[in-house]
Design a binder for this molecule. Structure first.
Ligand code: GDP
Ligand code: MG
Length: 599
């Protein structure tokens, strides 16, 4: 079809407001996917994503639509975006590949923090937005109130807002005609040299890396020699095609179109999201603007429970890396834990997903340490450096200063929870910035907060203190110096480097005390007393002792070989509880995460 009849759109929404359900309805009504083939939530294709009801990987589909008003065929490309702050850069690139977006807001809820964060990204990408008031089938739906909210909070004209129920299939054809009317067609220049934006790539074990792109200028032909401008690598476009949503090869794609490419690329690291594809000869001079390297924000140690699994863990991480350019890892040798890997993640969700894949898909048993943010340290001698492992922090006497990443946090909450949330933010070293009344009964709170405090189950507390009614978003803004110290833990007299954490000096005593108390609950008793200490340098700031098991406990096992029975019991217990032997003490997985839940 001619460029005037192409529309490139995305759907943005707060989690659970109905993005995936609406995407499914659009695919269905345009006959892109038949109702019979429609697995529930086609766009959330990964198993872990479906379990969690979130979208991690991007997806795209090409829909053919005959507009009843003019009887002409249109092509609508629908690009799905991951709905999580860990993947903001990917979201921004997939929005960049569009001219417009459907802004889906649950009409029984209203504007939430993620709605706003996504709107900001969409406005950065100059997108035309169509508000969709979803879930109007619900008895509690208040489309008028939510329309006003969108006008006041988002500053968006809602005169063209569409009332819909993605679930019941109401308003879907209005949405399609809205897309044709309000979203402009792509504006690229077909005669210019090729510039195509990579907005997603993934590794397929049979076909190698598959690259999803949007042609901004020029056109791309099958068999052409191409260059990825940021990585500087050359390839041959062996296969190009469109997503219907099955991949269907074509010979040429023109300006404004969205497609896939197979070019013998071996790892997604060579096909970075945000990179620009051009032709090797007579190519574009400048790549498209806005490329950013994926930068891990959190680091954690991953250790095989059984040291025999070290090589298997390494292989598995390498395989995951083929499909995940943001995942970083290098060998870590911990005195307490043995050999493992220090891994870098975009955020908590990214970390959990990697962990879960290693366990579910690769059958590994791993111990993960509490995640650490990336600190910046200026030693007395030498250059400032980044530090992602608390165990490596030089002594206070050997450094000039240490700084930590801060984020700007925006919370949207019903006003009755403002007090408790301010208390929460302050207890996390938050610095109050702003408070705005959004609409009647709802408030935005803005804080600057150390990222380290945010990743310590801040979100869980926010949800539980507000019965789930508050939402939040954050962006990392920069580094600040603070009086931070390393808190070490010794179990049975042995320093456990994997339990070290960096805390503010003023909190060191209370955190130390809470930590040893918690560890006392978690670490199982043994035949001997187990002292647990929290220390700053050589100074003990808190201690606890786990008393020894009484001897007669084993006497209760009668019949058969007692030691064999004991082993069996221990083995069963270890199966239920993942344990790591530290010296003579068995330390369960929860102990390494204990720091996370202390505040
Ligand atoms: P997403 O997180 O934005 O992708 O939201 P989903 O599409 O996964 O929907 C979240 C939940 O809301 C699911 O249980 C859907 O069945 C439900 N849902 C989505 N749209 C509607 C709707 O129009 N009406 C009602 N009643 N429920 C809906
Ligand atoms: Mg979804």
């Amino acid at each position: 079809v001619p460029t005037e009849r192409i529309r490139n759109i995305s759907i943005i929404a707060h989690i659970d407001h109905g993005k995936s359900t609406l995407a499914d309805r659009l695919l269905e009504i345009t006959g892109t996917v038949s109702a019979r083939d429609m697995k529930e939530q086609f766009m959330d294709s990964n198993e872990i994503e479906r379990d969690r009801g979130i979208t991690i990987k991007l997806n795209a589909a090409r829909m053919n639509y005959t507009n009843p008003e003019d009887g002409l065929n249109y092509v609508i490309h629908l690009i799905d975006t991951p709905g999580h702050v860990d993947f903001t850069f990917e979201v921004s690139r997939s929005l960049e590949a569009c001219e417009g977006a459907l802004l889906v807001v649950d009409a029984s809820q209203g504007v939430e923090a993620q709605t706003l964060a996504n709107v900001y990204l969409a406005l950065d990408a100059n997108l035309e937005l169509i508000p969709v008031l979803n879930k109007i089938d619900l008895p509690g739906a208040e489309p008028e109130r939510v329309s006003r909210e969108i006008e006041e909070v988002v500053g968006l004209d809602t005169s063209n807002a569409i009332r819909a129920s993605a679930k019941a299939g109401v308003g879907i054809s209005d949405i399609l005609s809205g897309i044709i009317h309000y979203i402009p067609p792509p504006a690229g220049n077909t005669a210019s040299p090729l510039r195509a934006l990579i907005f997603d790539s993934y590794y397929d074990p049979y076909r190698g890396v598959i690259v999803y792109f949007r042609i901004v200028d020029g056109s791309l032909r099958k068999g052409e020699k191409i260059k990825f401008m940021v990585t500087g690598k050359d390839f041959i476009a062996e296969e190009i095609g469109v997503m219907t949503p099955d991949q269907q090869p074509v010979d040429v794609l023109g300006s404004g179109e969205i497609g896939y490419l197979i070019a013998g690329v071996k790892t997604v690291e060579d096909a970075r999201v945000g990179d620009t594809i051009t032709t090797s000869t007579k190519g574009a001079e400048e790549p498209l603007p806005g490329y950013q390297e994926a930068k891990p924000m959190l680091f954690a140690g991953l250790f095989p429970l059984d040291s025999d699994q070290y090589h298997q863990l390494k292989d598995s991480l390498e395989k995951l890396k083929l499909n995940d350019a943001a995942l970083q890892f290098e060998v870590e040798n911990s005195a307490a834990m043995g050999f493992g890997f220090r891994c870098g993640f975009l955020g908590l969700l990214h970390m959990e997903v990697v962990q879960e894949r290693l366990e579910r898909e690769y059958g590994l048993d791993i111990i993960t340490t509490a995640p650490s943010v990336v600190y910046s340290v200026k030693p007395v001698k030498g250059e400032e450096f980044f530090l992602d492992n608390p165990a490596d922090l030089p002594d206070a006497t050997k450094r000039e200063y240490i700084s930590e990443p801060y984020c700007r946090l925006e919370i949207i909450t019903p006003e009755e929870y403002v007090g408790t949330l301010m208390e929460l933010a302050q207890s996390r070293r938050g610095e109050y910035k702003d408070m705005r009344y959004l609409v009647q009964g709802r408030t935005t709170l803005v804080y600057d907060l150390p990222l380290a405090e945010l990743v310590n189950d801040f979100f869980d507390h926010l949800k539980s203190r507000t019965k789930g009614y508050a939402s939040m978003e954050y962006t990392v803004t920069g580094y600040r110096q603070n009086d931070l110290v390393r808190l070490d833990v010794a179990i049975n007299g042995e320093n456990v480097d994997a339990l070290s954490g960096i805390v503010h000096r003023e909190k060191a005593y209370s955190v130390g005390k809470a930590l040893v108390t918690k560890l006392k609950e978690i670490v199982p008793r043994a035949q001997f007393k187990i002292p647990i200490q929290a220390k700053i340098g050589a100074k003990i700031v808190a201690s606890q002792q786990i008393s020894a098991l009484k001897k007669d406990v084993t006497a209760k096992c009668y019949g058969g070989d007692i030691s064999r029975k004991k082993k069996l019991i221990q083995k069963q217990a270890a199966g239920k509880k993942r344990m790591k032997a530290i010296g003579k003490v068995s330390v369960p997985q929860e102990a390494f995460k204990a720091m996370l839940s202390i505040n």
